[in-house]
Design a protein around this ligand. Sequence first.
Ligand SMILES: Cc1ncc(COP(=O)(O)O)c(C=O)c1O
Length: 400
Amino acid sequence: MAFLANALARVKPSATIAVTQMARELKARGKDVISLSVGEPDFDTPQNIKDAAAAAIGRGETKYTPVAGIPALRDAIAAKFKRENGLSYKPAQVIVGTGGKHVLFNALMATLNPGDEVVIPAPYWVSYPEMVALCGGTPVIVKAGIETDYKLTAEALERAITPRTKWFIFNSPSNPSGAAYTRTEMKALTDVLLRHPHVWVLTDDIYEHLVFGDFVYHTPAQVEPALYGRTLTVNGVSKSYAMTGWRIGYAAGPEELIKAMDMIQGQQTSGACSIAQWAAVEALNGPQDFIATSRKAFEERRDLVVSMLNQAKGLQCPKPEGAFYVYPSCAALIGKRAPSGNVISSDEEFVMELLATEGVATVHGSAFGLGPNFRVSYATSNKLLEEACKRIQRFCAELR
Ligand SMILES: Cc1ncc(COP(=O)(O)O)c(C=O)c1O
């Protein structure tokens, strides 16, 4: 009898391990490494949110909470969906989990049976296909390449849907590309979904607030109200309020699905941390000026990074609408020789060689299902970003 579960054979180890490990070793040897691989805002959590957590501790809010979340937070989430997305949910249609990741996992756990397919556009957030596989489903990857600014077309979505499709996972703005769908682009996809009533929509809106310029954010159930009854809208406080460590995510959708997720959570975590839930109430109900401040900082950094990367020989970097990532193509550099003598034969080798020579850590695109590309997170200071981009330019210029 095998000791480890068969389910483990269905998941891959994290594709970023090699880069992270090498960055750690280089740092330990004293090399000046700039990390552009992190997936969290570099800002501190706003003070009013920290104060709300301290006050919750003071009041003794330190016990188990209802599994689906404290009533004050479920109310605040319902109010947020109404205010910002025009979506009406009763608190009973809302669930709070230990991060958006946990909520997504529970939704898949509650619904997938062997043979169920889940359509995932690539480049994708690394966890989607792994979670689907762990829950016994089959990920169906559909490429959305640089030619469409990493956005899925209606035709590609139509082709990917089969009678076995259970979910379509949608993520705008996207990790890793930063691409965000306009209302028109989203409508083209929701029109396809209208023709396939057996397909549910799992929309991951975690980067909702990080959109730039005059871009107006939309979520699928808002663009196509007819999908409301088969959409789970997932969001969280991690990225919008610099609260990654507090581990609060949430979702709203049909009551039957929320009940099923509640049942799983009841046997699993018994609900999220009480103190973090009170902090999230303040994040959603309190002053919202932090969002505008962080959005402005990220927009400036996006412009800096896109401009500098497009000046690097052989890179092509589309300008995304949101999140804090860019996803340049390094296709023109594959097959070139680095000063070390190594030939760059894949995006993974590009990233490893860049790290070894210039001490800049990024993540290769093949980890996100679409390459040759690499992901740059610009959640760090302008000074470090400028220095890192200079190093990337130098690295690219020296490839022959
Ligand atoms: C696309 C996407 N969804 C969900 C998450 C999960 O966020 P959290 O679990 O911190 O709420 C992340 C975090 O990196 C992400 O990039």
